[in-house]
Design a protein around this ligand. Structure first.
Ligand SMILES: [Mg+2]
Length: 271
């Protein structure tokens, strides 16, 4: 993994004269990770930069998250962006509206499962269960560190039967455990779907997907794009399919500024 700003000319070379499809994770990428998910708000500066990027004709901006679509649309609130919620199960943007067909049957399973999880975990302080429509998230960021393995065990106990009968799939992210539909669909698949769609709509222009994310679930997207685009991991470099990294959300903003500057340079060249 290479630091974007230490290898910026290499990074830039990939981008020149391409239509950039910029995929952005939300928590930990556009906002620092906070104790309560509802407090993860965009800063004024981030919002401004995102709006500026969205207005660029040859940039397409996609915000992709494990949060519910409704939630992410409210948090970002910028027109012209493509929003991907629930790890790809809900997609909405200019001329796009996609809902995974698993919805109604899976809702019933989640309704059944919810009280069973609550029964197992409600004795732990600092744990809360979020219903995101297509998925459930058990957050434990506010729980005592010493209790985390016990919380995980209780969670697993409540979902074990559902997992063994393939009614649900689970995965874990940063201080969160999730229950998802048992289908092979994830951020990576959603990214490839959007990429193919954009390519089809815009055959004349070379298209470059650039994905920025910090979490375990983003690795599906880094892997999906490894021969097609660029992955930028946010955090301390680690084993990943991402080719580049930035250290934190501040450096994500710096990258946005550079991307805007590149566009200005491009336009000047053409004039
Ligand atoms: Mg994240």
């Amino acid at each position: 993994m290479r630091h974007v700003f230490s290898h910026f000319s290499e990074f830039k070379e990939n981008i020149y004269n391409k239509h950039l499809m910029l995929f952005l994770d939300y928590d930990g990428t556009l906002t620092p990770i906070v104790d309560k998910p509802q407090r993860a708000l965009l800063s004024k500066k981030t919002k401004q930069l995102l709006s500026d990027l969205t207005r660029q004709r040859d940039y397409t901006i996609v915000v992709i998250t494990g949060r519910a679509l409704k939630d992410i649309k409210r948090l970002v609130g910028i027109k012209g962006i493509i929003y991907v919620g629930n790890h790809g199960f809900e997609i909405e943007g200019p001329q796009i509206r996609f809902r995974s067909p698993v919805y109604s049957g899976f809702r019933k399973i989640l309704r059944e499962l919810k009280p069973e999880i609550l029964e197992q975990v409600s004795r732990f302080k600092g744990v809360f269960l979020e219903d995101k429509g297509f998925s459930l998230s058990l957050h434990y960021r506010l729980a005592k560190r010493s209790l985390i393995s016990e919380i995980k065990t209780a969670f697993e106990k409540s979902v074990m039967e559902y997992m063994l009968t393939h009614k649900v799939k689970t995965n874990s992210g940063k201080m969160v455990m999730e229950i998802r539909p048992p289908v092979p669909w994830d951020k990576g698949k959603a990214v490839l779907w959007l990429f193919a769609r954009q390519k089809f709509a815009n055959k004349a222009v070379p298209l470059l997907p650039l994905y920025i994310g910090d979490d375990i679930t983003d690795d599906d997207a880094f892997r999906a794009l490894r021969n097609k685009g660029i992955g930028v991991y946010v955090g301390t470099p680690k084993e990943s399919y991402a080719r580049f990294y930035v250290r934190n959300t501040k450096e994500v903003l710096r990258l946005f500024q550079e991307l805007l500057r590149l566009k200005e340079g491009d336009t000047q060249c053409r004039n």
